[in-house]
Design a protein around this ligand. Structure first.
Ligand SMILES: [Zn+2]
Length: 438
């Protein structure tokens, strides 16, 4: 990137990302030139909405199968969910994550298997279900009451934001479940990748934005929208009564800008950079949605949420958009253990955002964060310093050490590990193998 002039800009990015509230990150940017006209999007069809697609019958035994099927009824603040998930029937106790507990009152109505209710306990932010569970199929019925708190699972003024809300089977590492918990900051979530079949029943005035093939119909006052989405880490959606929709095609992906078209130059820069330097985006769609959020931004599968506040400062918009786009590669496509290794995806996304901004992170920031799980942090300030700043510096040092091998290494890791969860120990092994081979 050519710098027409170099000046140091100290950018205070309050509360980047994740489940963060209001912490200040000092992001010293060597201010680069504004995006050039050529980087701007062109030939954009305006007002494009997803087309109705013929979908499969999810109950058919001969059609495509889905790991998670849910019917979601939205009525005001109440979200009622009936969900079927597949679990490992060999375990005596099934662990099922309930991420909605983090942000909204969640009431479990019933848990059953093959039509028979089974016993369960609600622990921290997960369910323990006592087996045996016939054929590994578990059906859950639960209700989420949304608050009007501008959170990532909330409703207000004709908007419903549903993220990190569906029940999912626990992730096991070396035979033990990784247990989730309610936490005030960070992203206390971890998911394997699943194929989702999701049906929404919502007031007909609301349009559902979510990834996957889509089919929409109206019956009386209710709009029924069905999604089939494959290889998603989480299934998230936003329901809006009004939106400005613009689209841009990059490679084989359509980016939907929902009230967020001003972020297009930055999203395009980061998206193209990641496709060239890490690997092609494997999904057909990416939604970038502007909302009145408490957080600056939030990474989800095939979806990025951006707060109104990002649009008040161009450098902030750029920094947050870069960071969130890179999370599509390191969170969504390559999963990480956000419970025990929160620095991995945050540090890497932050470093890549700094690199693309021509900013060099600090040297010798230390690596104490390598041994700290989310729960080990005593304050938000400590969490953000380590997980964002120090970890970004760590990946900057790794880049320095590897030089021209850094991005080829990321390409190799990406090609081999996409759609899996990559633990940091395994990443380091890949680094060592890569360096050893040179
Ligand atoms: Zn992040």
């Amino acid at each position: 990137m050519k710098l027409t002039r170099i000046r140091i800009v100290i950018l205070f990015i309050s509360a980047i990302i994740g489940e963060c509230a209001a912490l200040v990150l000092i992001f010293a940017l060597l201010a680069s030139a504004e995006p050039s006209a050529s980087a701007r999007t062109q030939d954009i069809p305006v007002g494009t909405q997803k087309e109705n697609t013929a979908l499969s019958d999810p109950s058919s035994t001969s059609g495509p199968s889905f790991d998670i099927k849910a019917e979601i009824q939205v009525a005001g603040r109440l979200v009622s969910i009936r969900e079927d998930i597949l679990i490992d029937e060999r375990r005596d106790v099934a662990i099922v994550y309930l991420p909605s507990i983090n942000h909204a009152h969640t009431e479990i109505i019933n848990v059953s298997s093959d039509g028979t209710s089974v016993e369960f306990d609600v622990k921290d932010a997960y369910l323990e279900v006592y087996g045996p569970i016939a054929s590994g199929k578990l059906s859950l019925e639960y209700k989420i009451t949304l608050a009007d708190n501008l959170g990532i699972l909330s409703c207000s003024d004709g908007r419903v934001v549903l993220s990190n809300f569906l029940a999912t089977p626990a992730v096991y590492r070396d035979g033990s479940p990784i247990l989730t918990f309610k936490y005030d900051y960070g992203d206390p979530y971890i998911y394997n990748v699943y194929d989702y079949h999701i049906t929404f029943k919502a007031p007909k005035g609301l349009t559902v934005f979510a990834p996957g093939k889509q089919q929409e119909s109206v019956s009386g006052d209710v709009k029924i929208t069905i999604f089939e989405a494959r290889n998603l880490r989480d299934f998230s959606s936003v329901l809006l009564d009004d939106a400005d929709i613009k689209t841009e095609r990059i490679g084989s992906t359509i980016i939907y800008y929902i009230d967020s078209f001003r972020s297009a130059p930055y999203a395009g820069q980061a998206f193209r950079f990641a496709e060239e330097n890490i690997g092609p985006y494997p999904h057909d769609e990416l939604f970038i949605i502007r909302l009145p959020l408490k957080l600056n931004g939030m990474e989800l599968s095939n979806m990025i949420l951006l707060s109104d506040s990002c649009f008040e400062n161009e450098q902030k918009l750029k920094g947050v958009v870069y960071h969130e786009v890179f999370h599509q590669w390191f969170y969504n496509i390559i999963g990480t253990d956000q419970i025990n290794e929160p620095f991995f995806d945050e540090g890497l996304a932050n470093y890549l955002a700094m690199y693309l901004s021509n900013y060099k992170p600090a040297k010798n920031a230390g690596d104490r964060f390598l041994n700290l799980a989310l729960k080990d942090y005593r304050s938000k300030a400590e969490y953000y310093k380590h997980v964002y700043n120090d970890a970004a510096a760590y990946f900057g040092q790794l880049h320095n050490k590897l030089g021209d091998d850094f991005f080829p290494l990321l390409q190799k890791v990406y090609a081999e590990r996409k759609f899996t969860i990559l633990y940091f120990e395994d990443f380091l092994k890949q680094v060592e193998e890569y360096v050893g081979r040179q």
